[in-house]
Design a binder for this molecule. Structure first.
Ligand code: NAP
Length: 340
């Protein structure tokens, strides 16, 4: 297996790296979406690299290090040519209990050094390509957290600085300290909150967007059965959008999107991803494929062109603000600087 294919590429912000126009989010291979198959996860990472995906996203808290170790194994067992193209984006800062409960975020400079030291060991690399705190630590000014990452850049341990789920004011403060490559934030037909203020601010500051949850965690994928039983510990079992009437309403929206997709001769997931791709060259969707068949479907979105008529049909099927339920539980919403 050598890099068989190249994919279209996009640049993360004014100063960030050039990456494949779709990135692979690896979270579900370790945590939050029920049991994952390790061999299939690694085969999926290999297939992504082989197809030309160059951006892998993880967090040190995804399975408490499990996800970084999985990526390290996948890279170790991939051919050198594709391994060298892979850029790894890592989130840090989440504090968890042994049982897995989230208890807060730590963005102190000494914590940044500590988190990075452990990530580099687990990943088996000498640098992290994009490093970001997962959520703003309300007790630590963003200048201090970003300043600590900037020191890691200076020392060669990190290449680029990112942010995650922060609002416009935090973007401005962070960008005043050091160049910021990208903001990682939920963005999909069902989650359009960043469009009013955050996206224009990122654009004005030359900060790119890596969009996650582009399938709304499976809701608008065309593969979510109405009667699906969610395992305990599955993020979606506590997510407002996946409960009762909200779930029914949101899956009705997915059905409406399905009608547009059918007319185009593509799948629901491909239409949802293509819609995000069409919102700007500065946006790179991360897809949470955990299996090769899902990955192949997601990559197919890069061949889907939505013209003005298609985009209007998609937005008529799923208008802005149509989703029922918030995108996180009330406790998790309170951690989102981007929602203030
Ligand atoms: N910065 C942050 O706060 C943050 C938060 C969450 C995630 N992320 C990152 O973003 C990545 C993507 O997020 P996500 O996984 O929540 O979003 P997603 O891509 O919207 O959802 C992934 C889910 O969609 C389902 N799916 C169905 N068809 C698919 C297809 N063709 N391709 C891919 N998935 C398909 C998968 O289900 P099955 O596997 O069950 O089939 C999977 O459970 C994560 O892996 C993580 O790296 C960042």
């Amino acid at each position: 297996m050598t890099s068989a294919t190249t994919l279209p590429t996009r640049t993360l912000g004014t100063n960030g790296p050039r990456v494949s126009a779709l990135g692979l989010g690896c979270m579900g291979m370790s945590a939050l979406y029920g049991a994952a198959d390790r061999a299939e996860s690694i085969a999926t990472v290999h297939a992504a690299l082989d197809a030309g995906v160059t951006l892998l996203d993880t967090g040190d808290f995804y399975g408490m290090g499990h996800n970084e170790l999985l990526i390290a194994e996948a890279l170790r067992t991939a051919p050198a040519a594709v391994r060298e193209q892979a850029l790894i984006s890592v989130k840090f800062g989440a504090l968890r209990t042994v049982e897995g409960r989230f208890t807060g975020y730590d963005g102190r400079p000494e914590a940044v050094q500590n988190f990075a030291a452990y990530s580099l060991q687990r990943l088996g690399t000498d640098h992290i390509d994009v490093y970001r705190i997962a959520r703003l630590d309300p007790d630590v000014p963003i200048e201090e957290t970003v300043g600590a990452i900037a020191e890691l850049v200076e020392a060669g341990h990190v290449r680029h600085i990112g942010l995650s789920e922060v609002g416009a004011e935090t973007l401005r403060r962070a960008a005043a300290v050091a160049p910021i490559a990208d903001l990682q934030i939920e963005y999909s037909l069902l989650s359009r909150g960043m469009e009013d203020e955050i996206l224009p601010t990122a654009r004005a500051l030359g900060i790119g967007i890596t969009a996650y949850g582009v399938l709304s965690r499976g809701l608008i994928s065309g593969h979510f059965p109405r009667d699906r039983a969610l395992a305990p510990g599955d993020f979606r079992s506590n997510s407002p959008r996946f409960q009762g009437d909200n779930l029914r309403h949101n899956l009705d929206l997915a059905d409406r999107l399905g009608k547009v997709a059918e007319r185009k001769g593509v799948t629901v997931a491909q239409t949802a991803i293509a819609w995000v791709l069409a919102q700007g060259e500065d946006i790179v969707p991360l897809v949470g494929a955990r299996r090769r068949d899902r990955l192949a479907e997601a990559l197919g979105a890069l061949d889907v062109t939505l013209d003005a008529g298609d985009l209007a049909a998609v937005e008529a099927a799923v208008p802005a603000g149509a989703a029922a339920g918030e995108r996180y539980s009330p406790a998790a919403m309170a951690d989102l600087d981007s929602e203030r």
